[in-house]
Design a protein around this ligand. Structure first.
Ligand code: HEM
Length: 425
């Protein structure tokens, strides 16, 4: 898939890829992306294939909605993602990371992608609705796992059997959805009965009111929004951390700088949100990882009315892929683009680039609502791993990007964990 879009991108800033009988315009220039995501964003809506794939799971929600229905949701939910609110999740994140690190045994080889999936699932469960989804018996945690597997299967399978057909995947999805709906509805009902809401995202969303109508979200709307946050937030952050640990294992000098920074800033203690401004290099490692391996490797849109783009006429209803992976490796905007160099994100270098040459979180009004939470989470977890462990890739293990719904490692990431500081005594 990346190769296909990459080949199209080499043909020009707008190129068409034909998949069976459907043409998609592959867009690979920051100015054209700005036109789509920002300047003329009302003419570019969610892509029908994406919405159809996600509809059986989350129905209409902030991610799948368009137009006024999207705008009213976004206005209602935006305050819950304010930086100050996100700051309250710092202790949740560091507690989950600490749990993971106590499970790690020195000298063992672990599947790092799975470890990162577990820790971000645990953070998502606690930050969204104060529930631990990691317990062996947590039915909701298992249901989320099954639903994620289904979404990835759908993105790999262009012509799946219809939803009513009792295929193995459809039956597994139906069973997981039944658990998912039952548990989340019960949680919402319990919460509505409370006088004071806990300081998690569900609590914030239950209390949120539309500024014009004064109305809040219904139970079903809450279920869909909570569910989409789980999916949009947990796997993306997990693959970011996975790729960061891979890149660090391949670049000892960068790893040394990261370790020196966490030692200098933290002197062995658990980081807090207040440490983030001093963990500049750690954050730049995350930024550079998101450049080389953007979890959302392409952004899909569909035009409403006809438009022109880089000399091309787009008929109404045209499918478009904004090729994030390609733009973020384009030598016109990124000197020596294949090189891992976190210092590209020092302020003076970042300011010299066109803003839409870097879009791991999209852009314009539909910029990822969870971006501050994701960056906080990834930076704190990476700092805590670097404090305690050094990870080495199993020699000879192949590592290639595999674009499914998000950008995974093709064969997982087995890494050996070694303690950085010899235990005392
Ligand atoms: C590294 C982690 C993440 C990455 C790379 C990422 C990436 C993105 C991208 C590229 C978009 C824009 C999609 C488009 O325009 O078509 C997006 C939207 C969205 N993201 Fe994230 N995301 C991450 C984490 C999160 C988290 C933690 C949450 C919530 C807890 C979240 C919730 C959402 C939602 C709800 C939208 C839709 C926003 C809208 O359309 O108004 N994401 N994300």
């Amino acid at each position: 898939m990346l190769g296909l879009y990459g080949a199209a991108a080499r043909l020009g800033d707008v190129a068409t890829v034909r998949f069976l009988w459907v043409d998609t315009f592959v867009v690979s220039h920051p100015d054209l992306i700005k036109h789509i995501l920002q300047d003329n964003n009302r003419n570019f809506v969610r892509n029908a294939f994406l919405v159809d794939t996600l509809r059986p799971i989350n129905g209409l929600n902030l991610f799948t909605a368009d137009g006024d229905s999207w705008l009213s949701r976004r206005r209602l939910m935006q305050p819950a993602f304010h930086r100050q609110r996100i700051a309250a999740f710092g202790p949740v994140i560091t507690a989950c990371a600490a749990d993971m690190l106590t499970r790690w045994e020195a000298g063992r080889t672990l599947s790092i992608e799975q470890e990162m999936m577990k820790v971000t699932l645990q953070v998502a469960g606690r930050a969204l609705f104060s529930r631990d989804l990691l317990g062996d018996s947590d039915a909701l945690g298992d249901a989320f796992g099954t639903i994620s597997t289904y979404v990835n299967y759908r993105f790999r399978t262009p012509f799946p059997p219809p939803g009513w057909f009792p295929s193995r995947q459809n039956r597994a999805l139906r069973a997981a959805m039944a658990v998912h709906d039952r548990v989340i509805f019960a949680l919402i009902r319990e919460r509505r009965a409370l006088v004071e809401q806990p300081a998690d995202l569900l609590g914030m969303l239950i209390e949120a009111r539309d500024a014009d109508t004064g109305l809040g979200l219904t139970d079903d709307e809450l279920r869909r929004e909570i569910s989409v946050m789980m999916f949009a937030g947990h796997e993306t952050t997990a693959v970011t951390l996975t790729w960061a640990l891979y890149l660090l294992s391949q670049h000892p000098e960068a790893r040394g700088r990261l370790e020196a920074e966490v030692e200098r800033v933290l002197s062995g203690r658990v980081p807090t949100i207040d440490d983030l401004p001093s963990l500049g290099y750690t954050r730049r490692v995350i930024d550079e990882t998101l450049r080389l391996y953007p979890p959302a490797w392409g952004i899909a849109r569909q035009s409403v009315a006809a438009d022109t783009l880089g000399g091309f006429t787009l008929p109404p209803g045209s499918g478009l892929t904004l090729f994030t992976y390609g733009i973020q490796r384009d030598p016109r905007f990124w000197p020596d683009p294949e090189r891992f160099d976190p210092d590209r994100f020092l302020p003076d270098q970042a300011e010299a680039r066109p803003s839409y040459a870097y879009l791991p979180f999209g852009g314009g009004p539909r910029l990822c609502i969870g971006n501050a939470l994701a960056l906080t989470e990834a930076t704190l977890i990476l700092a805590m791993i670097a404090q305690r462990f050094r990870l080495t890739l199993t020699p000879g293990h192949p590592v290639q990007p595999q674009p499914i719904f998000t950008l995974h490692t093709s064969h997982g990431l087995p890494m050996r964990v070694e303690p950085r500081v010899a235990p005392a005594g």
